[in-house]
Design a binder for this molecule. Structure first.
Ligand code: ATP
Ligand code: MG
Length: 440
């Protein structure tokens, strides 16, 4: 049956040839966040459906059209997480994290599920790196989170992204704005798409986010929220800008950024790439001061962002030099004869215990085929072990790139030889990097 060897539409595999790139992206994001005091949190792939209805919001596209919802065998309504924030907020409430010293700063890597039309940069199972910061209403917290996102993108070598920021106010000033927006949209009703006509009644701000060309034209003439912000929200936004300027983060004020999830308040932002076409937002986030209360907990001002890792991956595919090379076998032992095979096996295992990437034949190939294989996997060095080598305990290690050979002993001293070679290489790489840095 063909279905068995075909992944479900909108899902993808990360193959061994690409997984090093993915791990590099994830490790970089995690370690930059760690320097800001963010610690990893892991939550389940599925949650009670009500959690997302309450947090993401009943009127959003995500809840209305995109969730993977099903009843489990116990008759509970379960949903595969469409995003990471709700689960983290739920876990923080459930485990009383807010009773600890605030702020609580968390980071995560999650798979997310949304029933969307698959296309480049848009999948049904996709992955996010995200952070959630709980416990501050201060503008400096907004700036910290934004600075963190921009530093991760910078560390990954992603250029050509611009930061768009907006404020969508608090429930009070937003209500005023929504009234004005609704009146305007009513007057333009004839031009709106079907979905937006529906949005008009339930959640008019969503129209500003519509991808249809006609709606975008109408949105361009709509009243802007910035003109409706209350004094406090305006003050907060001014302070955020001030903090961003203090760390030289360039931004654009973009009143069209409203975010697709209902829990946002005040600051919202997106990092938009000029290299991705339609699916150009690589990172999106904002403040959600009302969420924990909405979920039945205390009011904890909070904010966060999520980065779409598939989109980051697409950008880095076009900048191969930004991705690390996959790890290479440091030494491959080529043996001739059963006794030599066993000796090679034992030495390779010892080296691995010491953290050196070593390999030898476990397939039963002849020595010529072993050599071919070592070449194919790009082993840096080979060591041949036959009867003579077994007798003398000495062998030659061959550098597969230069062809240079040197004599080594088939004992623990081999570890030192290989360790030193890898250190030499690391030092050379570092010197090259420093050189490049000082030239640019
Ligand atoms: P979009 O406007 O592209 O639909 P969104 O507003 O629905 O995005 P968020 O819910 O804010 O997206 O998710 C944060 C990030 O996750 C997005 O900026 C994007 O990089 C990524 N993302 C969202 N949906 C998908 C998807 N279906 N496939 C791949 N990445 C996605
Ligand atoms: Mg979306």
């Amino acid at each position: 049956m063909a279905l068995i060897t075909k992944a479900v539409r909108g899902t993808g595999d990360v193959l061994p040839s690409a997984s090093y790139g993915w791990r590099y992206i994830e490790d970089t994001a995690m370690s930059v966040a760690r320097d800001f005091g963010y610690h990893e949190i892991r939550t389940p792939v599925f949650e009670h459906t009500e959690l997302f209805q309450r947090s993401v919001g009943e009127t959003t596209d995500v809840v209305q059209k995109e969730m993977y919802t099903f009843n489990d065998k116990g008759g509970r309504s379960i949903t595969l997480r469409p995003e990471g924030t709700a689960g983290v907020a739920r876990a923080a409430l459930e485990h009383g994290l807010f009773n600890q010293a605030l702020p609580i700063k968390t980071s995560y890597i999650v798979s997310c599920y949304r029933y969307e039309k698959p296309q480049a940069g848009r999948l049904r199972e996709f992955h996010q790196f995200g952070v959630e910061y709980f416990g501050s209403a201060e503008a400096s917290a907004d700036a910290e989170v934004i600075f963190l996102a921009s530093l991760i993108l910078k560390e990954l070598g992603i250029t050509g992204v611009s930061l768009h920021i907006n404020s969508i106010g608090c429930p009070e000033c937003r209500a005023e704005y929504q009234k004005a927006l609704k009146a305007y949209l009513e007057s333009q009703k004839d031009g709106l798409c079907h979905t937006c006509l529906d949005r008009l009644g339930r959640n008019p701000m969503r129209v500003l986010d519509c991808k249809s060309g006609e709606c975008a034209k109408i949105a361009a003439g709509a009243p802007v929220i910035m003109d409706y912000l209350c004094g406090e929200c305006r003050g907060h936004f001014e302070n955020v800008k001030g903090y961003l300027e203090a760390v030289d983060i360039k931004y654009e004020i973009d009143t069209k950024i409203v975010r697709g999830l209902d829990y946002y308040t005040r600051t919202v932002f997106e990092f938009i790439s000029d290299e991705l076409g339609a699916q150009a937002t690589v990172c999106a986030g904002g403040r959600y001061d009302g969420l924990t209360e909405q979920l039945g907990g205390p009011r904890i001002p909070a904010l966060g962002f999520a980065m779409g890792l598939e989109r980051i991956w697409i950008i880095l595919q076009g900048k191969k030099e930004s991705l690390p090379d996959p790890p290479r076998c440091e030494v491959y032992f080529i043996s001739n004869g059963e006794q030599a095979r066993k000796r090679c096996f034992a030495i390779a295992c010892r080296l691995r215990e010491g953290g050196i990437y070593a390999d030898c034949d476990t397939v039963g190939r002849g020595f010529k085929a072993q050599l071919k294989y070592a070449d194919k996997i790009g082993a840096r060095h080979t060591v041949f072990v036959g009867d003579d080598e077994l007798k003398t305990g000495r062998a030659r290690i061959r550098n597969m790139e230069t062809g240079d050979e040197e004599e080594v002993r088939l004992d623990s001293s081999l570890y030192t030889v290989l360790y030193n070679k890898s250190i030499d290489r690391q030092l050379a790489d570092m010197a090259e990097m420093l050189n490049e840095a000082s030239e640019s």
